[in-house]
Design a protein around this ligand. Structure first.
Ligand code: SF4
Length: 272
């Protein structure tokens, strides 16, 4: 059993794990998410990208910066989020038991802002940014073969660059019970300056586009898309990003880069 799995098992099997302890753990993690949501729902326009948006659809990041109102997440989304918060809380507690570092460390580094789930010094002198993701069983199986996703690695590396860390540790936890494998996987990776610079340039590029009064092109899975695609189930043509809160607004706009004039916003327009 790997280090993080053994530590989490210790916490879960511990007699001191009571409902109030679980509630406290979940509350800490929830507060960190809520603070991020509050920052996103600010009254002024924040001209930066979040590290958690590394390699996401640039138009989606543009909508967020521009202050376009997004749809609410549904019941299934909220349920998954609650499960994710609790899982993350256990990983953060396990890292804290092992390393006595710092949880939920905010950073601001030029056009990139974010929050590292965990920051610690390892016994060998490495300074490590920990990033925790709770994922579905199929994603955990995929990651077992292919490693963590590039956008998650980039997110952690942006935090490492801002917090002077030389390694990142990505921990994936399984959102649902799957007895065929250990519930947590983790990788410790050297900071890759090239990947960090690429992620930083992409976020800075969205900020620049908004400053030029432009909304970036639609993207899906890292590629620019300009027309709806056939869905696998019904064959109907639609934009493939059903999880995006801006889907309705996006579907009403033309493809490619579009001027921000006419794109809905709850924030005052930029002086240009
Ligand atoms: S609906 Fe899709 S293409 Fe449009 S902003 Fe959202 S993620 Fe990007």
């Amino acid at each position: 059993m790997s280090g993080i799995n053994a530590e989490i098992q210790k916490i879960i099997s511990s007699r001191s794990l009571t409902a109030s302890v679980i509630e406290g753990l979940a509350q800490e993690q929830w507060d960190a998410h809520r603070d991020e949501a509050k920052r996103a729902a600010r009254t002024g326009r924040d001209m930066y990208g979040y590290a958690s948006e590394a390699f996401a659809c640039e138009r989606k990041i543009g909508f967020r910066i521009w202050g376009t109102p997004g749809g609410d997440i549904d019941f299934k989304g909220r349920w998954a989020m609650l499960g994710g918060v609790l899982g993350e809380a256990f990983v953060v507690r396990a890292l804290d038991n092992l390393y006595k570092g710092e949880a939920q460390v905010p950073f601001a580094d030029g056009p990139v802002h974010g929050r590292a789930d965990y920051l610690y010094s390892a016994p060998n002198g490495d300074v490590v940014v920990g990033e925790v993701k709770m994922v579905a069983p199929f994603a955990l199986k995929q990651a077992l073969k292919a490693g963590p996703k590039r956008d998650h690695v980039a997110q952690a590396m942006l935090g490492a660059a801002a917090l002077d860390a030389n390694k990142v540790r990505i921990v994936y936890g399984c959102l649902k019970e799957d007895r065929s494998q250990e519930p947590f996987l983790d990788w410790t990776i050297n900071v890759d300056p090239k990947l960090t610079a690429e992620a930083r340039a992409s976020l800075a590029g969205v900020v620049d586009a908004i400053e030029r009064n432009e909304l970036p092109a639609r993207m899906f899975e890292g590629k620019v898309i300009d027309r709806p695609v056939a869905t696998r189930s019904s064959g109907a043509k639609m934009w493939p990003c059903g999880y995006c809160p801006y889907l309705d607004t996006c579907a009403g706009l033309t493809s490619g880069v579009v001027p921000l004039d006419g794109v809905p916003t709850t924030v005052g327009k930029l002086p240009i």
